[in-house]
Design a protein around this ligand. Structure first.
Ligand SMILES: [Fe+2]
Length: 476
């Protein structure tokens, strides 16, 4: 079965489908029939509308959800600023000094686990572009937490949609719309504004987040591929309605707003939605279900064939954010340099590794829980050792990436790196370029006696099935 071999059993039930209109009720009859806002909703519930797009967004983009809850979410104390030394999500793009826009290729050692903080205080902005107040751009975060959020605490981001890429541990996420259980190799998207509480049933967690300040994620167009493959819509899972009844306790609602943390108090649980229906909801997806495509003749297709989700800009085919993965797969292309080509990209590429061995560079510098950033027009590609090996590899069918899962956040925007990302985390590898590409030697020979113009020399000598020289794109 094309699914990931999870160590932990699933805890909850879901509704399947991406972009599907879902409805769910925890008590039969809690959803009004026909009307969205009847004079008296069933069982004395309040109706509340949650808008993920402008009311008047085109029908194919429009995302609204109706909630039927014990108390509406508007009753709470004033929000007060709540900052702490561990909280670091402010884009700080005004003034610009705190963001470093630099052309160097960057690579990070694995980020540390941190058992002293909960979900909210584990968020560290590493890089980003744009501004949540203008609903433009994106932020890229590392999270590492070891504590449950407090029992009566909920969090939401007013700034954007969180795409959570879990690298270590398990997340049990109680959302307003129901519960989601997230294990490594699963991703979870929690749209802007939806309140949730994160607990850690298997101890410390670590991973990556892409926060999308504008629009929402969608499945990529498939063009000539047809109507299936890549991430199939039926494999995305939305929670079913589940509610608590608590109108006595004091709850704290934490809010990320323009990158800053605020807190309000209220005397009712935010998790009191008995029923809901609509198109705006959190969901998860098992990356093991991705239907990977590739060349069956020659050459290396662009890595866009590995796109799971995309968030388009206003320009067709150009994404504010693409979420791309590099799963295990067969390479069969003939007479082809199978690793990625050397390239410079008008897009920026932030990469991470969920699991597996980085087998492309002899130094092993790209490790699980680490990262790399190849910014706009910063050259990259296989390191010298990989180039030498792949240029001589036997081009038999070869399975690459077994037990491995790398990913990329690709953006049309030039991303800046935060103080934390560049300095305070102390994970930047200073010799990334020197180790990777400076050792490349010229192989050029002018035509003359004994020199043929053919496709290289001495190819197909050393390789064998499973040869690590025949590496996937994430060697770039
Ligand atoms: Fe690349």
């Amino acid at each position: 079965m094309p699914s990931s071999p999870f160590a932990q059993s699933e805890r909850y039930r879901y509704m399947n489908g991406f972009g599907s209109y879902h409805e769910s009720e925890a008590i039969e009859g809690a959803l009004p029939i026909g009307a969205n806002s009847p004079q008296k909703p069933p069982y004395g519930l309040y109706a509340e509308k949650l808008s993920g797009t402008a009311f008047t967004a085109p029908r194919h983009e429009n995302q609204q959800t109706w909630l039927y809850r014990i108390l509406p979410s508007c009753g709470h104390s004033n929000f007060e600023p709540r900052e702490s030394a561990t909280y670091n999500t402010n884009p700080e793009n005004k003034p610009y000094e705190k963001i470093h826009h630099i052309p160097n290729q960057l690579r990070w050692d694995p980020f540390d686990l941190d058992e002293t903080v909960d979900w909210v205080h584990s968020l560290h902005l590493v890089a980003g572009a744009g501004d949540p107040t203008m609903k433009t751009g994106l932020g890229m975060y590392i999270f590492a937490a070891g504590k449950d959020m407090d029992a009566r605490e909920a969090f939401y981001s007013a700034d954007g949609d969180f795409l959570i890429v879990l690298q270590h541990g398990v997340l049990d996420i109680q959302t307003e719309l129901g519960r989601i259980f997230v294990r490594p190799s699963e991703i979870c998207v929690i749209p802007r504004g939806i309140r949730y509480r994160v607990t850690l049933p298997s101890g410390p967690v670590r991973g990556y987040i892409l926060e999308l300040y504008q629009g929402h994620f969608q499945l990529p167009e498939l063009g000539p591929i047809g109507s299936n493959c890549l991430a199939n819509a039926r494999d995305f899972q939305a929670p079913t309605a589940a509610f608590d009844e608590d109108t006595d306790s004091e709850w704290h609602v934490l809010c990320k707003f323009a990158g800053h943390l605020f807190q309000a108090r209220q005397r009712h649980t935010p998790f009191d939605v008995v029923a809901w229906h609509g198109l705006y909801y959190p969901y998860k997806y098992d990356l093991g279900r991705f239907n990977t495509l590739g060349s069956v003749s020659y050459d290396h297709p662009d890595p866009s064939i590995y796109t799971v989700l995309t968030a388009p800009s206003d320009h067709a085919g150009t994404a504010i954010a693409d979420f791309v993965i590099f799963p295990p797969r067969w390479l069969v292309a003939e007479d082809t340099f199978r690793p990625p080509w050397y390239h410079r990209n008008t897009m920026s590429e932030f990469m991470g590794l969920i699991t597996g061995q980085y087998d492309a560079k002899t130094g092993g510098g790209f490790q699980p829980a680490g990262a790399s950033l190849h910014n706009v027009m910063s050259g990259h590609g296989p390191d010298a050792a990989t180039h030498a090996k792949a240029s001589n590899a036997l081009l038999a069918p070869s399975k690459v990436g077994e037990g491995s899962m790398a990913f990329m956040f690709e953006s049309c925007l030039m991303v800046g790196v935060t103080e934390w990302g560049l300095k305070q985390c102390r994970k930047v590898q200073q010799d990334y370029n020197a180790e990777s590409w400076e050792p490349l030697k010229p192989l050029f020979k002018r035509p003359g006696a004994g020199v043929e113009p053919g496709n290289g020399e001495g190819k197909a000598k050393n390789g064998e099935i499973g040869d690590k020289a025949q590496v996937p794109h994430w060697t770039a």
